[in-house]
Write a protein that binds this ligand. Structure first.
Ligand code: ADP
Ligand code: MG
Length: 328
């Protein structure tokens, strides 16, 4: 908006009307500090120190954060530029929370390790039973920290790489065959029925390691969060022009209020239990990022007590020359 030297409004655009709640033309010639009735704003224009912008919540909507910048305009007029910085503020908050969370997550296992190490010094060696217990816990906690650091590195690698070359003809069926073997090892304790239904020759282009990490995270979660002896279905099928990956389980399911937050970093439905299973709460955040980079989106359907289904789709590659497809 353009303001006179006496702070009356000469002109404003549509967006200024929306953000600040001006009515036009009724508010023409009104003083701006009568309309933005905020002591901070009044001080701002009285002191005329306009090097720094001013941030305030919008007079029409508490949840909007607006940034006001005053510029000299001609000899005795001012241009007041109002910008909606709500998203920016939100991102800043997310980043702060993230750092706080990382520190907290790393400190917990460190505290445990330190606790054990402190009671064990050369003059005070514990007996075998205590030592065995301590050793088990310390090993667990070290693994946990290692997993955390690894996943954090994966996340930052995915975020940092701005432009990435997509690789063509990624043999997802072969990749899933490998993951099937790995999941059998993981499944030894839980004894689920896991069925893989994989369409041969269904290839995609993308970033190989990232896709593997997405598939693996979703399969691992189904195995981990389904009570022993459950049923898990993994499928990779063509639907029209799409290749669709899905993992369904008949586990405990997830309540709707959690579902929408699952892909946030460190978000776990049951903090204590997830920690006991060695979870970091970063897996689905990684999946979300990977899919974003592949212009895809994670779909989650879940019903408490019934089970969950995680799926996403990628553009199916048209089959390359016949002879290059391995028969399976
Ligand atoms: N198949 C599933 N069934 C039930 N809950 C799940 C399933 N997959 C994920 N979750 C929930 O989502 C949370 C976040 O998953 P994830 O980001 O992979 O973190 P982590 O597995 O390291 O805890 C888990 O802690 C769990 O509570
Ligand atoms: Mg996980």
């Amino acid at each position: 908006m353009v303001l006179n030297s006496d702070w009356t409004i000469i002109w404003c655009n549509k967006l200024a009307q929306q953000l600040v709640g001006l009515r036009w033309p009724q508010d023409e010639r009104q003083r701006i500090d009568n309309l933005i009735r905020n002591p901070e704003f009044q001080t701002y224009i009285q002191q005329k120190q306009f090097e720094q912008p001013l941030e305030l919540s919008s007079p029409v909507n508490e949840d909007l954060v607006l940034e006001y910048r005053m510029l000299q305009y001609g000899d005795d007029q001012h241009l007041l530029i109002v910008r909606d910085v709500t998203q920016l503020k939100l991102l800043e908050q997310v980043r702060k929370d993230f750092v706080a969370n990382v520190s907290h997550e790393l400190r917990t296992p460190l505290t445990v390790l330190q606790g054990y190490l402190e009671v064990m010094d050369a003059d005070n060696l514990p007996n075998a039973a205590i030592w065995l217990k301590a050793h088990t816990v310390m090993l667990e906690q070290t693994k946990r920290m290692d997993a955390l650091v690894q996943q954090l590195l994966t996340l930052s690698r995915i975020e940092a790489a701005a432009k990435v070359q997509f690789e063509d003809h990624i043999d997802v069926p072969a990749m899933l065959a490998m993951l099937e073997q790995e999941s059998n090892t993981l499944n030894r304790e839980k004894q689920h029925q896991i069925s893989f239904s994989i369409e041969p020759g269904l290839l995609v282009s993308g970033i190989r390691e990232e896709l593997r990490s997405a598939f693996s995270n979703l399969i691992t979660n189904a195995i981990k969060y389904t009570p022993n002896g459950g049923e898990i279905q993994v499928s990779w099928v063509r639907q029209h022009q799409k290749a669709v990956f899905s993992v369904s389980d008949n586990g405990e399911g997830i309540a709707p209020q959690h579902v929408k937050r699952l892909t946030e970093r460190f978000y776990r439905v049951d903090q204590a239990r997830a920690r006991a299973t060695g979870g970091t709460g970063l897996g689905l955040a990684i999946v979300k990022h990977v899919l974003q980079r592949h212009n895809s989106k994670l779909m989650i359907f879940s019903e408490p007590k019934k089970g969950s289904s995680f799926s996403f789709s990628l553009p199916a590659e048209n089959l390359p020359k016949r002879k290059s497809i391995k028969a399976r």
